[in-house]
Design a binder for this molecule. Structure first.
Ligand code: 5AD
Ligand code: SF4
Length: 497
């Protein structure tokens, strides 16, 4: 899925992280342990799950050995993501042996993909719940308590959990994910997401803005708007009841929040550019990020909106997948090399200095050496700031699995991957080096991982910046940092005001 949160989406350091929160409702004496794998959407969904169960009085624990309910929120995007989850389930077996009353649940994409089969394959598992069925969790847990195993993998065309205010799990109180849509209608041939997360639907724009406002009021200073394909965000304000004789033509006109003073008077369609603007207007002190953009859908209107607001970060994650038009065609990406280059040129023209990252798949079905070299030359053209790079992993049920043989030998996939990883390291370093001597506006996130004498935070372009702590500044504040040196992943400098 495209929904990789640049650097947070595929933040390896967060994989398997257990999430903790305080109970909201009356404590029911039971403890929940929940850990998440995969993309940012999964981490965000775990916050929704925790919120639903906190309402029912569950407390959370960071130790699954102590838990009454153990949930694992899973990813199916590549085979190794699933292998990891299976291994983790084996680790839960010991705890369940000691405490047979423990409820073990599998949530998310793997639950949706395997459905009731999971219960046959993994005797340990009591509950299997797909991404659109989390409201049913309290009932499903009751069902298990009464001695049955429980499954709900119904996908929905409407569910956006818009009314559930997610509890923030393990939050630093500064940045938060805000889900703006669910599902994906794109059907890229390699991708399992349309099958596991269902049809695309956009969340009520007002509820998105209200959530961002509440986060800002609670001291948060950065939101990342999440969707598999944010550029196809489209929400139509429900029509007021029409009196007889009134047509709906007018009601269907597009209303920009700008022309309506940020308010959606009457009916109107809110697209992604409009939504970005509405969130940017919450406060100039609230940074806005988003993920993931799709090359076929990212419009100049979105780019101009990013350019217009200082607090919309100059950073776009634009997965290319391949630099070759034939491969893009059989991947069903619905754009070709020239189209992608046109979008890169538009970003460079409209938002000079914008950082760009990407996702690449090597060794897709039938990919020749020359076609692979087109991906390498695309990397030379764009000089990405950052990239997530993967070997093609065939996923059961996808269009590619049905239509094309997974015919590139493992060693060749590996060799091509190593080549692009090395290339990307060069360009990441090149992009970092270009910042030396520049002053970056950094939102302080906390102490650096290595030392409490240093703060860390991100630049507008999403680079990690490390600099000595100053008593005058606290996490959650913005500082200007002069960049003095870099590694290939981090800018290092000092505060200059
Ligand atoms: N094999 C390898 N990589 C994949 N991705 C999605 N499906 C597959 C697959 N079957 C990658 C794409 C996508 C990212 C989230 O994961 O690059 O953008
Ligand atoms: Fe992203 Fe394509 Fe998968 Fe949708 S189908 S999640 S756009 S890779």
């Amino acid at each position: 899925m495209d929904l990789l949160i640049p650097d947070k989406v595929h933040d390896e350091s967060r994989q398997g992280e257990a999430l903790i929160l305080e109970p909201v409702g009356k404590h029911n004496g039971r403890k929940l342990y929940i850990e998440s794998y995969g993309c940012a959407m999964n981490f965000s969904d775990s916050e929704i799950v925790a919120s639903i169960l906190a309402e029912k009085g569950f407390e959370t624990t960071a130790d699954f050995n102590n838990a009454d309910v153990v949930f694992i929120n899973t990813c199916s995007i590549r085979e190794n993501a699933e292998v990891r989850v299976r291994n983790r389930l084996k680790e839960f077996a010991g705890a369940k042996f000691k405490n047979p009353g423990m409820v073990v649940g599998v949530l998310g994409c793997m639950a949706e993909r395997l459905k009731a089969k999971f219960l046959e394959e993994e005797k340990l598992v009591d509950v299997v719940v797909g991404p659109d069925a989390y409201r049913d969790l309290p009932n499903l847990i009751e069902q298990v308590d009464s001695g049955q195993r429980a499954v709900n993998v119904l996908l929905s065309r409407e569910e956006t959990y818009a009314d559930i205010s997610p509890v923030r799990l393990n939050s630093n109180g500064i940045n938060a994910f805000v889900s703006i849509m669910r599902g994906c209608d794109n059907m890229c041939s390699f991708c399992v997401v349309p099958f596991t997360r269902g049809r695309e639907r956009s969340r009520d724009a007002y509820s998105v803005v209200a959530e961002c406002q509440a986060l800002f009021d609670a001291g948060y200073r950065e939101v990342t708007l999440l969707g598999q394909n944010v550029d196809s965000y489209k929400w139509t304000k429900p029509l007021p009841a029409l009196s007889e004789g009134e047509g709906s033509e007018e009601a269907n006109q597009k209303v920009s929040p700008l022309t309506s003073g940020g308010d959606l008077e009457g009916a109107g369609v809110v697209n992604f550019a409009n939504l970005l603007e509405m969130v940017a207007l919450v406060s100039p002190e609230l940074r806005v990020r988003f993920s993931t953009s799709h090359p076929k859908d990212i419009t100049d209107e979105v780019l101009y909106t990013i350019a217009k607001y200082e607090n919309i970060c100059n950073y776009i994650h634009l997965p290319v997948q391949s630099g070759n038009s034939r491969i893009l065609d059989i991947m069903n990406r619905t754009y070709d090399r020239d189209w992608y280059i046109n979008r890169i040129d538009a970003i460079r023209r409209i938002i000079p200095g914008c950082a760009i990252s990407t996702d690449v798949i090597t060794g897709f079905c039938t990919e020749t050496e020359d076609e692979h070299n087109d991906t390498v030359s695309m990397m030379d053209y764009v000089k990405y700031d950052f990239a997530y790079m993967f070997k093609y992993s065939e996923r059961p049920g996808t269009l590619a699995a049905k239509r094309y043989a997974d015919d590139i030998p493992e060693e060749i996939k590996q060799k091509r991957l190593a080549q692009i990883v090395a290339k990307q390291q060069e360009y990441s370093f090149y992009r970092m080096q270009a910042r030396i001597g520049m002053v970056e506006k950094v939102l302080i996130e906390g102490y650096s991982k290595k030392s409490d004498k240093d703060y860390c935070g991100r630049s507008d372009q999403n680079a990690m910046v490390i600099f000595p702590v100053s008593e005058n500044y606290k996490p959650g504040q913005y500082v200007n940092v002069l960049v003095e040196r870099t590694t290939s992943a981090t800018l290092i400098g000092k505060i200059v005001g």
